[in-house]
Design a binder for this molecule. Structure first.
Ligand SMILES: Cc1ncc(COP(=O)(O)O)c(C=O)c1O
Length: 394
């Protein structure tokens, strides 16, 4: 497939092709755990890497279904190689355990998905890896946190759940100059709105559970980057046993075929909700990178082609008011996760970010009353009418 095709065309066509056996139109699910060999010599050639081929599903390239998924992801992220995982957390675990060792130092965005914060704050130190949580929206803070043993800068942008945005190009440059690699969790933007590798990052991580799959019906993760870095992750990934299942790889392929269409609607609905909430007298503040009131709107405009479907806000009246709103919605659903076709609402301090200590939460802007919304792809007027009637009850 020609790589100069536009993004939506690549969502549909990249990695696709009739299956060699029966010329099936769509990529089949290779629902197997292992592959057969014609001879001991052929098995030896494949296992030793002299010949390409599939071996055992835990080892990349896993199955032809996984390979087709990775071809699509490479095209959409603009990377040379990739690996798929059983979840976004599995992908992050494989990144840090393959790239860091005891004595190394990791600089991470302080605003992060709660699970990632837990991995970095409680598990990595057990392996002798030092971690600094830094306000990565401030380049001077990032530079000041560098140490001689800093080996990785890990960013989440837009960040979960405050929607803060950091300058990926500048931070990738700071990392490169310091001899460290930069890794970006791009889950909130998806490659449709932001491509960190094109901005200079070394690896991009996505939780496929969100926009990539797009329908709240799978768990998965993916990492894309240079051939060398991905090769260095291949063996640790096999040993960690964090492989995506074949059915999930197939669901991701199917989800990606409509990524461009879904993301446009997610973003349009998020913008409509953000504007509605910002104008509402019961709302204290709204954080959506597409609003000109967002403190990092200019950075977002520079590095993103749209602002995606996530927003957070706080009501006047804090926690109690937020709870009344969440209990009052009828169409929006109370659930963690994001990037689904339906609109989800949740309370980070008691749900996705309950793992983050309260003093840390308050320091980084995850206030007790913060409410997070993942805009679905319904008709905007119905979601806004739902928020409106719920706000009347607050
Ligand atoms: C930004 C971000 N990264 C990573 C993850 C982890 O992904 P998973 O739940 O697929 O392990 C999440 C989960 O919500 C997330 O929001």
């Amino acid at each position: 497939m020609k790589e100069d095709l536009s993004f939506g065309t690549r969502c549909v066509h990249a990695g696709e092709g009739p299956s060699p056996e029966y010329r099936a139109h769509t990529t089949p699910i290779y629902q197997t755990s292992t592959f057969l060999f014609d001879s001991a010599e052929q098995a030896d050639a494949v296992f030793s890497g002299k010949e390409p081929g599939y071996r055992y599903v835990r080892s990349p390239p896993n199955t032809p279904t996984h390979a087709a998924f990775i071809e699509k992801m490479k095209s959409l992220e603009g990377g040379e190689a990739g690996l798929s995982f059983s979840s976004g957390m599995a992908a992050e675990t494989a990144v840090v355990l393959s790239q860091l060792k005891s004595g190394d130092h990791l600089i991470s965005s302080s605003v992060l998905y709660g699970g990632t914060y837990g991995l970095f704050s409680s598990l990595l130190p057990k392996f002798g890896i030092e971690v600094s949580f830094v306000n990565t929206t401030d380049l001077e803070e990032v530079k000041a946190a560098l140490r001689p043993n800093t080996k990785m800068l890990f960013l989440e942008s837009p960040a979960n759940p405050t929607m803060s945005v950091c300058d990926i190009r500048e931070i990738a440059r700071i990392a490169r100059d310091a001899g460290a690699i930069s890794v970006v969790d791009n889950t909130f933007a998806s490659p449709y709105f932001q491509r960190p590798l094109e901005l200079g990052a070394d690896l991009v991580v996505e939780s496929c559970t969100k926009y990539i799959g797009g329908h709240s019906d799978l768990l998965g993760g993916v990492v894309v980057g240079s051939r060398d870095l991905i090769r260095s992750m291949s063996r640790p990934t096999t040993l960690l046993g964090v492989t995506m299942g074949p059915h999930e790889a197939w669901l991701c392929i199917r989800g990606l075929k409509t990524l461009h269409l879904r993301m446009e609607r997610h973003a349009a609905n998020a913008m409509a909700m953000a504007e509605f909430l910002e104008a509402h007298p019961k709302v204290e503040w709204v954080s959506y990178p597409g609003l000109s009131s967002h403190p990092h709107h200019d950075t977002a405009r520079k590095q993103m082609s749209g602002y995606s479907g996530m927003l957070s806000f706080e009501l006047k009246g804090g926690v109690k008011a937020g709870q009344r709103l969440i209990n009052g919605v009828e169409l929006c659903l109370l659930s963690v996760s994001l990037g689904s076709t339906d609109t989800l609402i949740q309370h980070p301090a008691s749900m996705t970010h309950a793992i983050v200590p309260r003093d840390m939460r308050l320091k980084i802007g995850i206030t007790d009353g913060l409410v997070r919304i993942s805009a679905g792809i319904e008709d905007a007027k119905d979601i806004i009418a739902d928020l409106d009637q719920a706000l009347d009850k607050v």
